[in-house]
Design a binder for this molecule. Structure first.
Ligand code: PRP
Length: 219
């Protein structure tokens, strides 16, 4: 183990990063500067612990980790599945819980049941393809969108959507429902495969600290 080397963390911007920093603070890894929303700095350092942190767009986190620009990343399982990068998933952080689902109007249930060639709108084309083509052996046309995916069936762009459902209120308010569940999701800690070997002690110690915190208290 090289004591001088910084352990670099890439955190997915937004709620996941806020929750992660909260969790890290509880185990004595503080990064006060990072909480200053007005700061334009991109990288924050905890000098005594030899740790560096940066915030990145969710889908970029597995990229930074695969290339070793970050040793460790914290990002949603949805992004990990969609990006399909060469990283090790080491820990379920338990927060950011939601589900990846096929959703649509009730009428689309029949189209699914008969494995019709339907249109599927999603921010997650790879997850949608894996699910329909590989798991269900159903040929579908996938349309990539970048947000407000629930619009798809409402304006007849698509028959169904593949999207994240957390509380279900977006679906409910738009007359849509969960038709099939693909998988559960939550925030995960991912590690670069080389870092996993080079920094095994520090990473194992960190994972153990996080695990015991998660088991011991409410998150
Ligand atoms: C996500 C997701 C759903 C919504 C689900 O969207 O894509 O639209 O949250 O949450 P709910 O079940 O609690 O209603 P997000 O807010 O990230 O914005 P986006 O639609 O622009 O992607």
């Amino acid at each position: 183990m090289n004591e001088e080397r910084y352990l670099t963390f890439a955190l997915a911007k937004g709620r996941l990063a806020d929750k992660t920093l909260e969790l890290f603070e509880q185990i004595g890894i503080g990064c006060q500067e990072m909480k200053d929303k007005k700061s334009r700095r991109l990288i924050f350092v905890n000098e005594p612990l030899k740790m560096r942190f940066f915030l990145a767009k969710g889908p970029d986190v597995p990229t930074y980790v695969e290339y070793g620009a970050a040793d460790i990343g914290v990002v949603g399982r949805d992004t990990i599945l969609e990006e399909n990068r060469n990283v090790h998933e080491v820990l379920d952080l338990g927060f950011g819980k939601c589900r990846m689902c096929v959703c649509g109007p009730e009428s689309a249930m029949e189209l699914l049941r008969h494995r019709e060639r339907i249109r599927v709108a999603s921010k997650y084309p790879n997850i949608a393809r894996d699910y329909f083509h590989d798991k269900k052996c159903q040929t579908v046309d996938i349309i990539k969108l970048n947000g407000s995916v629930e619009l798809g069936p409402l304006v007849e762009l698509s028959d169904v959507i593949v999207d994240i459902v957390e509380t279900g209120s977006t679906l409910q308010e738009n007359g849509l429902q969960v038709l099939e569940e693909i998988c559960p999701l939550s925030a995960r800690m991912i590690v670069n495969p080389v870092s996993m070997q080079m920094e095994v002690l520090r990473i194992k110690a960190l994972a153990a600290q996080i695990r015991s915190r998660l088991e011991g208290g409410e998150q």
